[in-house]
Design a protein around this ligand. Structure first.
Ligand SMILES: Nc1ncnc2c1ncn2[C@@H]1O[C@H](COP(=O)(O)OP(=O)(O)OP(=O)(O)O)[C@@H](O)[C@H]1O
Ligand SMILES: [Mg+2]
Length: 400
């Protein structure tokens, strides 16, 4: 996300055919507005249009009577090129000042103010400054809206991929059931035939070749089934809140992340899940989603680091405040200090190339806060060489 301090500077441009007035305007306004804003001082419509093309965010101060040209018509052309331009009209002609229909037209054409000569320079300076600030702010907001709209479109696309994955899971599951059933039937048939077949060559071939091949294939099919089941849990829309054992959820998390962990040569250690009970009240699918999110972030951080000794740890703890702490740590680089505040904000991402949405941590926080828990970061320090994300979830007391 861009900082407000980076708002590009808005410009102002005075258009008047009266050279003396222009000189005076330049003298007064540049000294009053100092270095904060850039000003241009031009005497023809063509020059003003040129400025609009070069700096789209410009506040024009335009004399209505430009001799051979009309200031309102010129601004009409400018607006067509850069709709975000604004204008303050000036006139020194008494007749014009009293012409209500002309003033109305000037305002209808987008004029935000109407001032008369002789100009009160301090007042004009304040008007210019206020309007430039407003324009800059509006521009900044429009940019943010655009940026977030793009992100939402991307998030929506990812949701579509999710739907596609769930239909692939469904389509693959059916033939897999047949394959598994046929393999089991063959093994069952062989068991039944045991002792009835006398030909030693057939027995050898079966025991040495066919049985191991069938058993291997069955093992492979069971692995695919596990993976599909984990996918199904991940994408299933389930509103139900129930008592869940974090350890069981970790098994699905493991299936979903194993490939990325192995591919990136990461050593993954899970501590302490055999000795204690970790029961929480939550939505199982959401729990799966948040742990997977944090692990994927850690995998991304390690994958980008040049380290050869890439380590990832997951530790479960019960604390004194009846909460379960899930600590996910990696020995990748620290999160830069100036980004620490931003990472939980929606749409903040540094993964532009991988098309990250920047919604991961924000969603993790939303889900956890619903359960009365939260997530926080313990950054890497000299004393502690890991980046840790700690998820806290209230526990459900267990009867002994
Ligand atoms: N373990 C980590 N180590 C270093 N930086 C991290 C870690 N986890 C998160 N971050 C930083 O926080 C940012 C925001 O993370 P978040 O999960 O919200 O979005 P993302 O990972 O960028 O996008 P998406 O979750 O859609 O893939 C990341 O882009 C990254 O810069
Ligand atoms: Mg993420």
């Amino acid at each position: 996300m861009k900082d407000k301090k980076n708002i590009s500077k808005a410009h102002y441009c005075v258009l008047d055919d009266d050279q003396l007035f222009l000189k005076r305007a330049e003298l007064k306004l540049t000294s009053n507005l100092k270095k904060n804003y850039c000003g241009s001082f031009v005497s023809t419509g063509i020059d003003a249009i040129d400025i609009a093309k070069k700096t789209p965010l410009t506040l024009f101060i335009v004399d209505i009577d430009l001799g051979t040209e009309n200031g309102i018509d010129i601004f009409d052309k400018i607006k067509k090129i850069t709709p975000q331009s604004r204008v303050i009209f000036i006139t020194g002609d008494k007749k014009m000042m009293q012409d209500a229909s002309l003033r109305k037209r000037a305002l209808e054409e987008g004029g935000i103010d109407f001032i008369t000569k002789p100009v009160e320079w301090t007042e004009l300076t304040i008007k210019i400054r206020n309007n430039l600030e407003l324009m800059s702010h509006q521009y900044w907001l429009e940019e943010r809206v655009q940026e977030r709209t793009n992100m939402l479109i991307h998030a929506d696309r990812l949701a579509t991929v999710g739907t596609m994955v769930s239909s692939i899971v469904h389509e693959v599951s059916t033939p897999l059931t047949f394959i598994k059933a046929n393999q089991e039937t063959c093994l069952y048939a062989w068991k039944k035939a045991e002792g009835k077949i006398e030909n030693p060559e057939v027995i050898d071939m079966f025991e040495a070749l066919i049985r191991p091949s069938l058993e291997d294939s069955l093992h492979g099919v069971l692995q695919i089934e596990n993976l599909l089941a984990s996918f199904r849990k991940f994408y299933k829309k389930e509103e139900k809140i129930s008592q869940e054992d974090v350890v069981l959820v970790l098994k699905d998390v493991n299936t979903l992340t194993t490939y990325a962990i192995k591919k990136n040569n990461i050593i993954f250690t899970i501590n302490n899940f055999l000795t204690d009970s970790f029961i929480v009240k939550c939505n199982k699918q959401e729990l799966l989603q948040i742990i997977t999110n944090i692990l994927n972030n850690a995998i991304d951080a390690l994958k980008d680091s040049s380290k050869t000794n890439r380590r990832l740890y997951l530790t479960l703890e019960n604390d004194k405040l009846s909460r379960i702490l899930i600590r996910i740590s990696n020995n990748g680089p620290a999160i830069p200090k100036d980004k620490v505040e931003d990472i939980f904000e929606p749409f903040f991402t540094t993964k532009l190339e991988e098309a990250g949405t920047g919604l991961g941590l924000y969603i993790v926080r939303q889900i956890l806060q619903k359960t009365g828990g939260d997530v926080h970061l313990e950054n890497r320090t000299k004393e502690k060489p890991t980046v840790d994300f700690i998820l806290t979830i209230p526990t459900v007391p267990q009867r002994r």
